[in-house]
Design a protein around this ligand. Structure first.
Ligand code: 5AD
Ligand code: SF4
Length: 484
C-alpha cells in the first residue's frame, strides 16, 4: 500500500511528522491512542513539539470553559507558526470539534475539524489536507441519533486500539460510548452522543490482544460504566458479567473501570464481582457532585445525598477495603452557604480516598446554562473549592497514613516527573540503583489496585511490571516507600 511515508521516501526519505496534544479525560486519551496508532500505521512519525511538525493534531475537551480557552490560545499561537510555515496542517478533533464544527475555522490556523465519531476518517483527511490544501469538516449532524459512522468507528477501534499506550503495561478499553443522563450542567451528551454499549466479544478480543502485547492492567471506560448493558438473544450482559468474562479469559492481571454513576441498577452485582474476582481492583470512582438535595435536583442527578451514602455503605459492606473517589462541582447556580455546608458534610461522611473538585462552568446548550443564572461569584467558587479541598485533604491524609509500615503491590508507571527532570539520562543517574541497600537509581512511581500513587527508587526497567513496595512515609496523595 502506498503511504505518505513511502511517497515521501522516494523524494526526500524524510517521514512526515505529527505533533499530537490531548486535553481532557481518559476517553480522549484513548481516542488519541487509537488515532496515533492508525497514523503510525500510515507511515507518520510522532514528535514532541509543534515547532518542527508537519501536522498538529489537537484532541480537545469541552467539559469546562477553561479547557476550551486553552485550546483557543494554542490555536492562536499556531497561527503565528503558520505564517512562516504555510504548509503546516492543523487538525482539531474531539469534543470541541463536535460542539463548534466549522465555527472553528474562525481560528485561521485550523484546516481540519473532526468529531469523536469520525476519527476513523482522520488518516484520509490529513493526507488530503497535505496534498490539496483545502479545509475539511467531519462531525455528526444529528448528535443524539446513533451515528451513521458507528460501524466504521467500531472497526477502526478494533483495528487500532491498544497499540499505543501512554503508560507502560496499561491500556484503556472503551466499553461504552456517549451518555443519556443529561445532568443539567454537562455538555457530554451533546458532543459524545447517545449511550451505547460495545459487544462483549469485541471487548474480550481486545483485552486478549492487549494481554499478548504485555499489558497487565486494563481500565474499562464509559461515562456511566455501571450502566453497561448489552443484549444478545435472550441474554443481557451487565458490567459484572463483563468483569467476570475478562477475568477468566486472558492474561490481564488488574481490571479497573471508570466512571460509575450513583444508581441502584446492577450496583450490588458489580460490587459482588469486585469482591469475588481477584483481578478486579477494589477502586470505585463514583461522583456525587453535591451534598445538597436541592442542588442535586437542579443538576438532574436523580438521587438524594442519603441515597448516595447508602450506595457507599453497600459498597463497603460487600468490599470492606474498597477505595472510593468522588467528583464535586462547587458554585452551581443557587448554591447557598447552607447547601455548600451539606456538601462538606457529605465529603466527611463519604471518606473518599480523593476527590476531584471543579468550579461550575456554564456550558452553552445545556439546561443549566439556558435556565439558571451563573449567580455564584468567582471568589466564592474559589473559596468553596479551596475549603472542600482542605476537608478532603485531611481525610486523604488519615487514609494514607494507614498504609505506613504496610507492603503494597503496585504496577510501576515509570520515572517520576522529578526523576525525568533531574536525570540527564537514566543510565547516568548518580550511583545507579543499589538493590541491596535500595538506594540510588531513579525515583519511580506506581499505583496500587486502589489507585494510590506510590513513590520509591528503582531501575527504569521496572516500568510496566508489578512490584512490592514497603511504605515508610505518607502525604495526603502519595505513599513513599522502598522496594521489597
Ligand atoms: N462545570 C464544572 N464541572 C463540570 N463537570 C462536568 N461538567 C461541568 C461543568 N459544566 C465535572 C463533573 C464531572 C467531571 C468530569 O467534570 O464533576 O464528574
Ligand atoms: Fe455528564 Fe451526567 Fe453523563 Fe456524567 S452522567 S457524562 S455528568 S451527563
Amino acid at each position: 500500500m502506498e503511504t505518505p511515508d513511502s511517497k515521501r521516501n522516494n523524494v526526500t526519505s524524510k517521514r512526515l511528522t505529527i505533533f499530537l496534544q490531548t486535553f481532557g479525560c481518559q476517553m480522549n486519551k484513548l481516542d488519541s491512542a487509537i488515532v496515533e496508532s492508525s497514523l503510525r500505521d500510515a507511515g507518520y512519525q510522532f514528535v514532541d513539539n509543534a515547532k518542527d511538525a508537519d501536522v498538529v493534531l489537537m484532541n480537545t475537551c469541552s467539559v469546562r470553559d477553561h479547557a476550551e480557552q486553552r485550546v483557543m490560545s494554542h490555536l492562536g499561537n499556531l497561527k503565528h507558526i503558520k505564517e512562516s510555515r504555510p504548509d503546516l496542517v492543523v487538525a482539531v478533533i474531539g469534543c470541541m470539534a463536535q460542539r463548534l464544527g466549522s465555527e472553528l475555522f474562525k481560528q485561521s490556523a485550523v484546516d481540519i475539524v473532526c468529531g469523536p465519531a469520525q476519527i476513523a476518517e482522520i488518516p484520509r483527511l490529513i493526507t488530503e489536507a497535505l496534498q490539496e490544501k483545502k479545509k475539511a469538516v467531519a462531525v455528526t449532524e444529528k448528535i443524539r441519533q446513533v451515528s451513521p459512522d458507528a460501524q466504521l468507528l467500531e472497526r477502526f477501534e478494533i483495528e487500532y486500539s491498544g497499540d499505543d499506550t501512554d503508560i507502560p503495561g496499561q491500556a484503556y478499553v472503551r466499553a461504552m460510548h456517549g451518555c443519556n443522563k443529561f445532568c443539567s450542567y454537562c455538555v457530554v451528551p451533546y458532543v459524545r452522543g447517545p449511550e451505547t454499549s460495545r459487544p462483549p466479544e469485541a471487548i474480550i478480543e481486545q483485552t486478549k490482544r492487549l494481554a499478548q502485547n504485555g499489558i497487565k492492567q486494563i481500565t474499562l471506560l464509559g461515562q456511566r460504566i455501571n450502566a453497561y448493558e448489552y443484549k444478545a438473544g435472550d441474554k443481557t450482559y451487565c458490567l459484572a458479567d463483563l468483569l467476570s468474562m475478562i477475568s477468566e479469559n486472558n492474561g490481564i492481571e488488574w481490571i479497573k473501570f471508570v466512571t460509575s454513576y450513583p444508581s441502584q441498577k446492577y450496583f450490588k452485582e458489580i460490587m459482588l464481582a469486585m469482591a469475588n474476582l481477584p483481578k478486579v481492583c477494589r477502586y470505585l470512582h463514583i461522583p456525587a457532585q453535591s451534598g445538597s438535595d436541592q442542588i442535586l435536583k437542579a443538576m438532574n442527578r436523580g438521587y438524594t445525598s442519603a441515597e448516595y451514602l447508602e450506595l457507599l455503605d453497600t459498597a463497603r459492606q460487600i468490599v470492606p477495603d474498597i477505595a472510593i473517589a468522588g467528583d464535586f462541582i462547587v458554585g452551581f447556580p443557587g448554591e447557598t452557604d447552607d447547601y455548600f455546608a451539606q456538601t462538606v458534610d457529605l465529603v466527611k461522611k463519604a471518606r473518599y480516598k480523593n476527590s476531584f473538585i471543579f468550579k461550575y462552568s456554564p456550558r452553552p446548550g445545556t439546561v443549566a446554562d439556558k435556565r439558571l443564572e451563573d449567580n455564584i461569584p468567582q471568589e466564592i467558587k474559589e473559596r468553596r473549592n479551596h475549603e472542600l479541598l482542605k476537608v478532603q485533604e485531611e481525610i486523604s491524609r488519615a487514609l494514607a497514613a494507614e498504609f505506613t509500615g504496610q507492603t503494597v503491590k503496585v504496577l510501576v508507571e515509570g520515572p517520576s516527573k522529578k526523576a525525568r527532570l533531574t536525570a540527564v539520562s537514566p543510565q547516568v543517574y548518580p550511583g545507579g540503583f543499589d538493590p541491596q541497600h535500595k538506594v540510588g537509581g531513579l525515583q519511580l512511581i506506581g499505583r496500587t489496585a486502589g489507585d494510590w500513587i506510590a513513590v520509591f527508587n528503582g531501575t527504569e526497567t521496572l516500568a510496566g511490571q508489578f512490584t512490592n513496595v514497603k511504605i515508610t512515609k505518607t502525604t495526603p496523595l502519595t505513599l513513599f516507600g522502598e522496594l521489597v
